[in-house]
Design a protein around this ligand. Sequence first.
Ligand code: GUN
Length: 290
Amino acid sequence: MTAIVLDGRALAATIEDSLRAEVETFADMFKRRPRLVVVLVGDMAASASYVKSKAAAAARVGIDADVVRVPATTDTGSLVALVQSLARDEQGPADGILVQLPLPEHVDTLAVLDAVPPDRDVDGFHPENAGLLSQGRPRFVPCTAAGVQRMLIDAGIETAGRHAVIIGRSDIVGKPLALLLAAKGTGGDATVTLCHSRSADLPTITRSADILVAAVGRPGLVTADMVRPGAAVIDVGINRVDGRLVGDVDFESVRKVAGWISPVPGGVGPLTVAMLISNTLLAAELRHAP
Ligand code: GUN
């Protein structure tokens, strides 16, 4: 078997087309454009590159995006104050506020993320949004998790009654994705196993997966012997090896066994960005909702 390669770039472009139309409707109605503000702390090359992609996608659909850059030495209190000042809309309406992660080690990341008002939290990281998702009434869903679910739905990969195995229990991807896939409805109703660094006999668990998601950040973690023939393998990892971007899945061996596989780059990454843009439009619309 040779797996169908899931084209995240093409799907993201389709999503952007429909968002562009919705943004125009918003702009006609409210005489302004939705606006996203991204806070970038320090000069990590990977973070700068992700932020550039986010701003470019916003521009393509007609959403205003501003990047506020501050030095890596900025302390927690100053970052909290910055986020609070953005939320006062002094520099223009900040419908969505996003703090690019990771933050430098001396910064209390949760304190900074908690300062983002939940109704502008387009990353979906605030406890209020995490709680709403866990109760099955999502508002802002973390973008990568939403992107993975969207990819499965678009490819017609059945989730209902299937065994989804997620490797990685992060608040950003693993945990919210587990909730999405276990929730009732389209793209959900799966039986979910959430694996992590202390899981015993990982290959035995992954071999029982109809849908296998790797979200750890370890190149070569998933090998062909860990994959059930015909399974859908979704690679969330982004790792730089010898200057090249690779995921957590050994693509060349796994593609010979899997039914579907998402590549890195060009898989989940573009969908993460598209979901952020979708969340930003939603944040702007919710501000004007009666
Ligand atoms: N760094 C890596 N992924 C993400 C993400 O989804 N949101 C933010 N804010 N930072 C990240």
